[in-house]
Write a protein that binds this ligand. Sequence first.
Ligand code: ATP
Ligand code: AMO
Length: 476
Amino acid sequence: ERKFLRMKDITSEMEGQTVKLRARVHRTTGKGKAVFLILRENFSTMQACMFSNDVEQEMLDYTRRIPKESIVIIEGTVQVPHRPIKKCTEQVEILINGIWNQHSSLPRLPLNLDDASNIVRDQTLEDDLIPENQKVGKKKKKGRQSIVVGQNTRLNNRILDLRVPANQAIMRISAGICRFFREYLQDNDFVEIHSPKLIGGTSEGGSEVFRLDYFGSDACLAQSPQLYKQMAVVSDFERVFEIGPVFRAENSLTPRHLCEFTGLDLEMSFDDHYFEVVDLISEMFGYIFERLNEKYRREIDAVQQQYPFKEFIFKPNVPKIKFTDACEILKKAGFHQDPLKDLGTENEEKLGKIVKKKYKTDFFIVYNYPAEARPFYSMINPNDPEYTNSYDFFMRGQEILSGAQRIHDPEMLAERAIVKGIQPETIQDYIDCFKYGAYPHAGGGIGLERVLKLFLGIHNIRKCSMFPRDPKRLTP
Ligand code: ATP
Ligand code: AMO
C-alpha cells in the first residue's frame, strides 16, 4: 500500500473524506483570499484550493510562493464541484488542510511547460529550421500568441519536456508496444534473448558502423542482433526475440533516422514456406495495435490533443504485394521504379497512398525484394535468383520492419558475403554455425521508435526516443 494516493484513486464517491497525495505544482492562481493550485501527476491534473476563511493568511502566502514544478505533499478533503473544473483532467477537487513543500523547483524554468504543451497542428514548425520559440499564428483576442517550442530547445531540456502530457503519453505507449510485442511472442513459444552489443565485425555490412578499440583489437557496436539471433535458432531455441539497442553510424539528420534506436527483433524456424513467418508477424502487429487501442486509450488521446493525427488503420487481412507488382502499380500511377533496385523513400510513400486508397489500410507488406537491395544473409529466391525471399512492412507508407528468410547453407552464405564486400573470415563463427544442421528460418527487425512515430502520426522520430542520439546530439 502506498502512503500517498494516486490521482486516479481519488473518485467522486470519496467526497468528504480526508486524503493525502504528493504531486507537482503545475500552476498557481487566485488572488487575496483564495489560492488555487493545479497539481500534476504524470498526465493527470487536479485542482486543490485554500481560502482565508479556513486558514491563516501566512499559509496562503506561503502556498502562493511555492514555485511551479515543486513537489508538494497535500492533505485535504475531497470535494465534488457543481461545475466542471476547467483545465484539469480530474473532476474532483481537494480543499487543502495542510501543505508541505517537499522539494522546491528553481523558480525560473528553462522551458515553459504551458508553451511546450500547446496544440501543434503542423509539426514541421517544431523543426529547428525555424528560430527557436518562434511565435506563429494570428494574435489571439486576449493578446496571447501561440508559441511553438523548437525541438532542440525541448531536447536540451528533455527532463522538463518529458513532463509535457503528450510526451508522457508517447513514452508510456512506447512501453506498451514492447509489452505487447513480448506478450504475443512469449504466448507463441518464443524465448527472449540478449545478444552482445560489442562484436568483432559488422552484422549488416556497409559503413554505418561505430568502431572502437577493444583492448587493442578492433570492435564494432552491433548494427543489429542479426547474426546472434540466427545462431540462437541454430542452437535449438527455434523461436527467439530480443528487445535491445541498435547502433547505426548514420551521419545524416532526418525525421526518421537515429544513431541509436531500439530494435524489436525476432527469428524463427518455419515448416514449409517463409510466409508462415510473415503471417505470424502480421498477426503480432494486429495484436499490438488492438491492445494499444484498448489499454492505452488515455495516452493516445493525450497525444491526439497536442498533436492531432488521423487514427492509424490496421486491417487483419494485410495486403502482401510482390515487389515487381509494386513496381507496376507505381508505373501505372506515373512514377518510375527500377525493378532491380530498392524502393526509395518517395516511392514508398506513393505506394502507401495508393494502397491506402485501394485497401483502406495504413499497414501493408512488400515481398520478394531484388538481391541487390538486401543484405548478404537474405535467401535468394530459388525460382528467380535476382530476387530474395525477403519482405518489408510499412506503416503509413514508411518502412518499420525489414526481414527475410536466411541463407542456411554455409558455402552459399560465404559467397554472398563476398559479393556484398564482406570478408567471410570476419564472420567465420556465424558462417560455421550452419555446418552442423540448421532449420530453415526467417525473421525480422522492427524499429520501435518508428512504429511509435507512425502509429501516432508523429513527424520527428526524436520525440519517440527518451534521450535520442543523432550525429549532433550526445547529450543529455
Ligand atoms: P534500412 O536501414 O532498414 O534499410 P532505412 O529506412 O534507413 O531502413 P534505407 O534502406 O537506408 O532505409 O533507405 C531507404 C530510403 O531512405 C532510401 O532510398 C533513401 O531515400 C532514404 N534515406 C536513407 N537514408 C537517408 C538519409 N540519411 N537521408 C535521407 N534519406 C535517406
Ligand atoms: P534494417 O537495417 O532494415 O534491418 O533495420 C530494421 C528496422 O529498424 C529500423 N531502423 C531505424 N530506426 C531508426 N533509426 C535508424 N537509423 C534506423 N535504421 C533502421 C527500421 C527498419 O525497418 N537485420 C535486419 C533485420 C532482419 O532482417 O531481421 C536489419 O537490421 O524500422
